[in-house]
Design a protein around this ligand. Structure first.
Ligand code: PLP
Length: 382
């Protein structure tokens, strides 16, 4: 490896060496639950597979390298990763979060951790005055998604991290980097303390695995998280680690194409007479377009939009696309379309984070962009 490998090189090589036993260029799937010891407590670095597995070690090292982190931990899902970070909190702690987050994250905050005496407030993190006003003496985490799910708000990571740390250096700024991936944006370099991922999405990239990760350079934070990873045990199996490792190798080329396809699809939608509003950070009409330009390499593969005709027609449109599959999730090679209010964000209904019934979210895949545009065109004008 070169002394300062670039991200494209790290995505293929970081944490991975040809297998010393066979020369296999791909990290083997170490499908084992335990490891033989030479004497009590004397082993080759692994004693039990909840605690550690070499395929997982390779994935954790690769993910850490991509985020510019010293440490990486892989989990059984994005929610398992988020849950593990939340376990660091104590009763009486406060979390300042965005007023737009993934529905599953909100559900875990609201339905589980609130009952442990932890308070969550959801503010407009794109407004620095609102961030300043929202910070409390007992704020432990600032929880950021950017772009947010599903409204694709873009939070100025450097500005919010600086503000939070100036308020209280003990605050940990946690960024869910699932939508952007480390190829498009690196929160730790912008001042965040930890990054969480659903590796189910762009990092895996092929809609064939569920996984999560936490990356940090904070040694104390890492050690506490590692303790929880082993103590609670929400770890990914070796086959799943292998699939994410394989997906990571093509992350940079996939993200380039996701971004290019999404920009073209967003422009098509913005010009379409049936469309009321398109939300895509790459459009100049996006309220935080300048921030996105500053902190992201391209604007990602996610687009949200509203039809002029309203929610009933939005639901109907979702049954008319042929290439865009009607399904939850995102970040795979296939294009997907969904209705957050009724699908991914059902848990926000009746809360201040409620997603409107007419919002349509698409994950723009890697099919030919003209085929994607033609599919939306036929679905928009039945
Ligand atoms: N974070 C974001 C932004 C997500 O969109 C999701 C899932 O959609 C998650 C976390 C949860 O990840 P998982 O489904 O892998 O548990």
């Amino acid at each position: 490896m070169p002394s300062q490998p670039r991200l494209e090189t790290l995505a293929i090589h970081a944490g991975q060496e040809p297998d010393p036993a066979t020369g296999a260029i791909m990290t083997p799937i170490y499908q084992t639950s335990t490891y033989v010891q030479q004497a009590v407590g004397e082993h080759k670095g692994y004693d039990y597979a909840r605690t550690g597995n070499p395929t997982r070690t390779a994935l954790e090292a690769c993910l850490a390298a991509l985020e510019g982190a010293r440490h990486g931990l892989a989990f059984a899902s994005g929610m398992a990763a988020i849950d593990t970070v939340l376990k660091l909190l104590d009763p009486g702690d406060h979390v300042l979060a965005s007023n737009d987050v993934y529905g599953g994250t909100f559900r875990l905050f609201d339905k589980q951790y609130r009952k442990y005496g932890i308070t969550f407030s959801h503010v407009e993190l794109t407004d620095l005055e609102a961030v300043r006003a929202g910070l409390r003496p007992n704020t432990r985490f600032v929880w950021i998604e950017t772009p947010t799910n599903p409204r694709l708000k873009v939070v100025d990571l450097a500005a919010v991290a600086e503000l939070a740390h100036r308020h209280n250096p003990a605050i940990r700024v946690v960024v869910d980097n699932t939508f952007a991936t480390p190829y498009l944006q690196q929160p730790l370099a912008l001042g965040a303390d930890a990054v969480v991922h659903s590796t189910t999405k762009y990092l895996g990239g092929h809609s064939d695995v569920v996984g999560g990760a936490v990356l940090t350079s904070d040694q104390a934070l890492h050690e506490r998280l590692q303790f929880l990873q082993n103590a609670a045990g929400a770890v990914p199996g070796p086959m799943d680690c292998f699939l994410v490792l394989r997906g990571l190798k093509t992350l940079p080329v996939r993200m380039d194409r996701h971004g290019a396809n999404a920009l073209a699809v967003a422009q098509f939608l913005a010009d379409h007479p049936a469309v009321a509003e398109v939300i895509y950070p790459g459009l100049e009409s996006h309220p935080q377009h300048a921030v996105a330009r500053k902190q992201m390499r391209n604007f990602g593969g996610m687009i949200s939009f509203y039809l002029k005709a309203g929610p009933e027609q939005a639901r109907a449109l979702l049954t008319r696309t042929r290439l865009f599959a009607l399904a939850e999730s995102l970040g795979g090679v296939e294009s997907l379309i969904e209705l957050p209010a009724a699908m991914t964000h059902g848990s926000t209904q009746g809360s201040p984070l409620e997603v409107g019934p007419g919002l349509i979210r698409v994950s723009v895949g890697l099919e030919h962009v003209q085929d994607l545009i033609e599919d939306l065109a036929q679905a928009l004008t039945p």
